[in-house]
Design a protein around this ligand. Sequence first.
Ligand code: F6R
Length: 365
Amino acid sequence: DKGDYRHYMLKEIYEQPQAITDTLAGKLADDHVFTSILGPDAEQQLHQIENIHIVACGTSYHAGLVARYWIEEQAGIACQVEVASEYRYRTVSVPANTLLVTISQSGETADTLAALRYAKKQNYLGTLAICNVAGSSLVREAGWRLLTQAGPEIGVASTKAFTTQLVALLWLTTALAQAKQRAPEIINANIRALRNLPGLVEQVLQLEPGIEQLAQSFASKHHALFLGRGPHYPVAMEGALKLKEISYIHAEAYAAGELKHGPLALVDEDMPVVSVAPSDSLLEKLKSNLEEVRARGGQLINFACERAGLETSEGVTHIDMPWVYDSVSPIVYTLPLQLLSYHVALVKGTDVDKPRNLAKSVTVE
Ligand code: F6R
């Protein structure tokens, strides 16, 4: 039931504060996380992990790409991320003490399930499924399971499933950091950030009117570029995927530093460039990338914190984001991109909940 919402997608976007709260329920104490939810000896097994391989498809793959930045930085564990359709058909080299992590909303994606079955025949230390469906094949077949509590997701374009996957992955990162006895500040900061997250997401949802306005000028375009750096690069990838999926506008994401290695040639006044620009350590680098775009007449749309002090000038639109803790920033910055693609699709009149040629659950390869 869509309730008062025009589409399931919009309803699911607005369900995110609750979905995040539900996903975190019973997982956080004041100064540690409850690793026992994974199993009785989980903390000791987490301590042994030296490598992580993450395998997933589509939006769930993007969640894995964000997590790589967290896991390597905060837990000090080497992490690789791969799409399941590639992973399953190649010979994978598995170093000692590697955990395999699969991520899936449905738990029935054919390639992801095949990847897990393949992995179970390799010498992994263990397998973990992060999944939104408790009784799914993936959850049944994985060694460990970490359930997201997004509730049923009807819209084909994944929204609340993605942000709750990120929440589960930040929790996992915190659990690994704890098991590896990393600095307590890392753990405490993540717990604080996760606890504040539902309120912050609520706040960002109030930006919808400004984003709706922005969508008007976007809808006549044929191409768009999304730029980000660090963990906001996969957030930009997810923003581009959402836009192409439901509005059929061709969109691509680049790590902002790659701009001058090719895609800058595409930039002109007909090419909107969306930048995901939180106030983090990479902001200054990103700013100079954005100047390159402006110098070529590209229309810039910045999702940035007021404090970032990005310059306003003609051709530059800002959506002011609240200040956020670094670790949850990729989650928070996903929201305006969901709203942007939703409103662009509305202006274009496409079928938001059931985009052409796509199925909600891809159970064949
Ligand atoms: C995009 C989208 C897809 C899915 C992908 C994997 O909005 O929903 O890219 O993320 O098909 O599906 P799951 O997560 O069910 O394995």
